[in-house]
Design a protein around this ligand. Sequence first.
Ligand SMILES: *[C@@H]1O[C@H](CO)[C@@H](O)[C@H](O)[C@H]1NC(C)=O
Ligand SMILES: *[C@@H]1O[C@H](CO)[C@@H](O)[C@H](O)[C@H]1NC(C)=O
Ligand SMILES: *[C@@H]1O[C@H](CO)[C@@H](O)[C@H](O)[C@H]1NC(C)=O
Ligand SMILES: *[C@@H]1O[C@H](CO)[C@@H](O)[C@H](O)[C@H]1NC(C)=O
Length: 423
Amino acid sequence: MGGNHVTFPSQLVIVSILSNYLIWFLATASGFTVELIRRDSPKYPFYNANQTPKEQLNALSPKVHPSTAQSEVRRYEYQHLLKLSMGSPSIDIYGIVDTGSDLIWTQCVPCVGCYEQIYPLFDPSKSSTYSGISCESKQCHLLKRVTCSSENICKYAYGYVDGSLTQGVLAKETIAMTSTSGEKVSLDIVFGCGHNDTGTFNDHEMGIIGLGGWTLSFISQMASTFGGKKFSHCFSPFGTDPNITSKMSFGNGSEVFGDGVVSTPLISKNNVPWYFVTLRGISVGDKYLHYNLSGTVSVGNVLLDSGTPPMYLPQDFHDRLVAEVKQQIPLEPISEYLPRLCYISENNLDGPILTVHFEGADVLLMPIHTFPAKNGISCFEVYPRDSSVDGSIIYGNYAQSNFLIGYDMEKMTISFKPTDCTK
Ligand SMILES: *[C@@H]1O[C@H](CO)[C@@H](O)[C@H](O)[C@H]1NC(C)=O
Ligand SMILES: *[C@@H]1O[C@H](CO)[C@@H](O)[C@H](O)[C@H]1NC(C)=O
Ligand SMILES: *[C@@H]1O[C@H](CO)[C@@H](O)[C@H](O)[C@H]1NC(C)=O
Ligand SMILES: *[C@@H]1O[C@H](CO)[C@@H](O)[C@H](O)[C@H]1NC(C)=O
């Protein structure tokens, strides 16, 4: 879901509490000898060039991270919804996890123009911790389209490139999360109380939780309380029962490490709040396809977007990839869908493994990532896109599923760990 001036929907994240624990125990119980040997590696979970081995050993003690803030995430159709308990007394908000925008907002009473939602609306008059943000506040000035109400409260309009729009008042509220140790952790956040919201939302989506890099995003707002600008998620694949949830982790302890983890540099750009990485090429089975046949690849050519389901590639690379994939599948594609590659298959297709060669990190995509089955048909979920657009590759949420993915804005890395996110 792109924010103002954002081109593509972006979205959300899931991490399993269980996998978090497992990772943690791996690091404390078994992984640490190996990791100590490699303590000079920037991939080392608590890499710090100034620490002695003794200090690093101490850093592995669970006492350093007594707990990590977490919240529940579920896939509903094409988006991932993060649960936030908001207000006093609290109600649960399920918002789209969107790495492509910054504002956090939910539909609020009184709703002069809201889309249908199955869960109760947030009612500011019923919460003792709710307060409006004044027009003079610096948060109000972070938004482009603001006006002032007669009570001197900041009124905003925030649009997305797909035409979706939320209008309401900027407010402050307390949200609560549960940490890995079971205690409640709370945080005051600035959010949009949407009183007139329109767009491409379904009735399970109660708003959007912006996770981009700028000041009003959830990631920026939680960083000082939860111990750092970093988070991790584990999206369940398309078609997963929405009752199956996983956990998204925030701040200290959300780092992704252990067996099978690969990391690539995170690139940020000045004029957009997005997260970029660099792609060198993609292999189909053993066949390597270089991203740019006529030259070099530009650093940060991939936008990681949780809110866009498929992958988008520049036309030329897209065409070469599709041709190779087609050649390696010994079935006839459904002719009505061509040039899209679609096959009849009840479950996920027995297609080739794709290896995505990010800078320093090879990520293996299985047919569940590339050919998700819908109603007995599996189509290759990779589309062409105008290559003149900066960061013209979009790495969407199908490819992100079944990986524990860590965003670390302190080390400036993105890490991938193959994980069954439904467990
Ligand atoms: C809600 O927003 C839409 C789109 O901007 C606008 O056309 C409509 O008049 C608004 N409704 C109310 C009741 O303000
Ligand atoms: C986060 O963890 C680091 C050690 O890894 C520690 O120095 C820091 O104080 C922690 N921050 C918070 C807010 O817990
Ligand atoms: C999810 O859980 C709800 C309530 O427990 C139940 O009514 C619903 O049928 C479940 N959905 C699926 C797809 O299993
Ligand atoms: C490919 O490399 C050429 C020459 O370096 C460059 O002009 C072009 O923009 C590159 N194309 C892409 C898609 O990166």
